[in-house]
Each structure stands twice: as structure tokens, then as C-alpha cells.
Design a protein around this ligand. Sequence first.
Ligand SMILES: [Zn+2]
Length: 354
Amino acid sequence: MAMTSLFVLPDKAQAQVDTQAEDRSQTAKQRRQDPSNLTELRKEAEQAAKKLEDATKALEKRQATAKAARDQLTTKLRLLREAELQLGRIRQPVSELAELLYEQPVGADGVVPFLSGDADTDMLPAMGSVNYMLSVRQQAVERTSALAQQTEILAGEAQELRAGNLLAEAQLAAEVDLLRKQSDKIVKSLTAALVKLGIKIDKVGRAALGCNPLRAATAGNYPNGLIPRAMLCPLQQKGHSLRADATIAFVSLNEAYKQTFGRPICVTDAYRNLTEQQSIYYRRPGFAAVPGRSNHGLGLAVDLCGGVERFRSAEFNWMEKNGKRYGWFHPDWAYSSPFEPWHWEYDPKMDKLP
Ligand SMILES: [Zn+2]
């Protein structure tokens, strides 16, 4: 009895066999190759991330433009106030003098006594001064009222600009918020799909964080071999991790591989931190890349076993033919110098090709 149980296929494998027997249609075939719509989810997540990034950029740009416009208005208003004050200072003595003249009682001859003094020679220049003062005063009054009008217009403009910007910013912020929620939702479905396919997510959710494809770019900011563990997403193959986008693409590739060979891809090595890179380099000189230079240190390369490591084996040929669809390829150098049929790399740009 104990013997027979050894030959019972695990549920998953049994289900797979059943599915193969039942479904022959094209859509079923596609579904089997990508059982949880992983590729679709991944593309959706990337698109959502791009939309979110664009909207955030638009909001930031809007905020910057609004700030520049506000600063410009503030400067204009300050200059106007300064001009007003200056004008007030000029106007004051002119105005006082002119008013002093007006206050002089007019004599019977209709001439202001102050102006009809004994010295007739002073008369004309004095009259000229009065006229001049009056005209300066008039000009000052006109300029002041023009300035006041301009100030009012600008203040109104500032108010309108503020209201308009607040509205636009609120709309953009709401849009960003919505896009963030959508993106979070997609990442959640993606994580659920990965868990379903055997990716272990730890209790504190660190691995889930690392499996967020939106973090792939952030992981790319770390130096080779120094990506924090929480930024890496584990593979279905125990003990191995890669950058989130590379992992998700590898899971899809692995599912397709399983459909053909009935077993998962065998992985010897994936992400390698700097210490591991150094250790391999010194133990097996010429075998591994110079420490700090390997794509293993970027979480974008794997070394495979289970047949792929043998050049022109069925597994190798399958990988060569199908890998690119998932962004996984055998780099040119690995065909000859050094000859490393087991070494495969991920290129997110290739993965984005239709
Ligand atoms: Zn390698």
C-alpha cells in the first residue's frame, strides 16, 4: 500500500495531466501556458505604473507652474506697492505746496496777494511754478489711481489663479490617488497569482514588497551585488531570487517549460550578492564574471541545470526558441567566450516587445 502512494501524482501534476487530456483548443493551450494570466497581469501592472508615474509627473509639473505664476504675481504686486509708496513720497510736498497756494485769500483785483507782491519780476516765474506744481500734482493723482487700478486687477488675477490652480491640483491629486489604488490592486492580484504558482511570501510581507514590479526600477538603483533582500522577489525554485520583473517573467517561462517537459526549470544560481560573486570568482577564476560586473548581481541572470546546461540539448533548444517571448535570452558571449550554455539573462526591453 505504501508503495502505490509513491506513484500517485501530486494534485497539481494530476490536474495538469487531466487538463492536457481534456482541452485541445487554442485558448485552452494558451491558458495552460500561462495559468494565472501572469503575463497579462504583469503587463497591466507595468502599464498602471506608467500611468501613475505620468500622472504624478503632470501633478508635479502643474504644482511647479502654479508656484512660478504665484511667485511672479507676488513680485509684481510688491513692485506696485513700492511704486505707490514712492509716488506718495513725491506727491506729498507738491500737494502741500499747491494746497498752501490755494489757501491764500484772493485779493479784490482777483490776484493772489502772495503772487502780486512788489516785485513784478517774480510774478511770471512764480505763476509758472504754480502751474508746474499743479500739473505734477495732477499727474501724481492720475498715476496713483492708475497704480491702484493695476493693483486691483493683479490682486484679482492672483485670486483667480489661486482658485484655478487649487481646483486643477485637486483634480490631478484625485487622479493620482485613483491610479495608485488601481495599481495597488493589480499588484495585489499579481502577488496572489505568484503565490498560487508557488512563490513563498514571508509573513512580514517583505518578499511581497520585492515582488512588486513597480519596484524593479528602484532595485536597479542599487549597485551590483548590493540589492537589499527585501527588494528581490523569490523564484518558485527554492532559495533563489531575482529582481521583481525578472522573477515574474521567469515564472511565466517556467510554467511554459513545465507544459513541455513536465518539470520545472532547474536553477543552479540566480541573484548573487557581491560576496558570493567574489567567492566564485576566486574559487573558479575564469568561470565567473569579475565581481561587481555580473548580471547575477543585478538580479537579471540565472544559471540553469536539468539539461539546459548542455549545449543543443532539447531543453537548451527549447529555451533558445521560447525564452525571448518572456524576455529571457542566451547572450551572444555565452555561446563562445566563455562558453556558458547554462547562463541566461533577462532584458525588460525584449520582454516588452509584442
Ligand atoms: Zn551565470
